[in-house]
Design a protein around this ligand. Sequence first.
Ligand SMILES: [Zn+2]
Length: 316
Amino acid sequence: MPSRPELGPKPPLGYAQSRIERAAELRPDDAVIARLMAQPDAGAYVIGGDSIVLKQGAPLQEPLFTLAEARALHAASETVFLGLLDGAARFGYGLPSAAAEALKGHDGYHVTDLRSIAVHGLVAPEHLPPIAEAKAVLHWHQRHRFCPNCGAPTQAVQAGWRRDCPACKAEHFPRTDPVAIMLASAGEQCLLGRSPRFAPTMWSCLAGFIEPGEAIEDAVRRETREEAGISCGRVTYFRSQPWPFPTSLMIGCHAEALTHDIVVDRAELEDARWFSKAEVESMLLRRHPQGLTAPPPVAIAHHLIRAWLEDEIGID
Ligand SMILES: [Zn+2]
């Protein structure tokens, strides 16, 4: 029962709810992958480092290239089979960063970073999850050219989903790095912080990498204590979001704050403070009297904050 109808219908979360069927069973068969690649309905997302290459269009840009179009831009540094969309194969086509940069300003292409694409809605929303998938795996390839076990050059296999070491026979798989992102609250107040990297008006949820040997709940409590000096009790899972900057998975949680006095870790945060529900609502609606803002709907922080405002968090 939404208590704040003024916020309107819930917007979708960025990069999540992919329609791609990953079809992992097809990955080991090079002949099947080659046949899928040659089909006329096959499409590729072209990515060079942090740059995504789009075809100029109106009103939206077009992110899908045919394989022939992609190859005409530059030879692939790596190709990854993302899966099938209604039977049509989708690939991530990796370029050297310099080759993507060189397309900037060329007629017919728009080259930009994924954050800008998502925040400004430059492509149809259903393209965001497969672009995120492609960007994360291609980044992993870039950074894993050599075996971490013996140092020999590795080779991509399994349609881009594994790298094998011919010297020591080790098999290496793409990584996902879990990050806990949390909204701590007590009654009518919630805790938001500001990173020095944020736009000057923006406040958001605290977040931090989950460390080896650490449960999600413990990471939520540790990060909130370390960054803001606040102790938390109950932690509830909210939802998660792929965050391909470069290869994270954001795990969103709500936490019950047990203490009130904030001690900001200035090495991590510029500031942290308590916000009332009325103030946070005005930030989501971009009507705050001092112009303060909360993250846009593409980010899970927006949804964590909104769920708290609408009393949908399972913590009293
Ligand atoms: Zn090796």
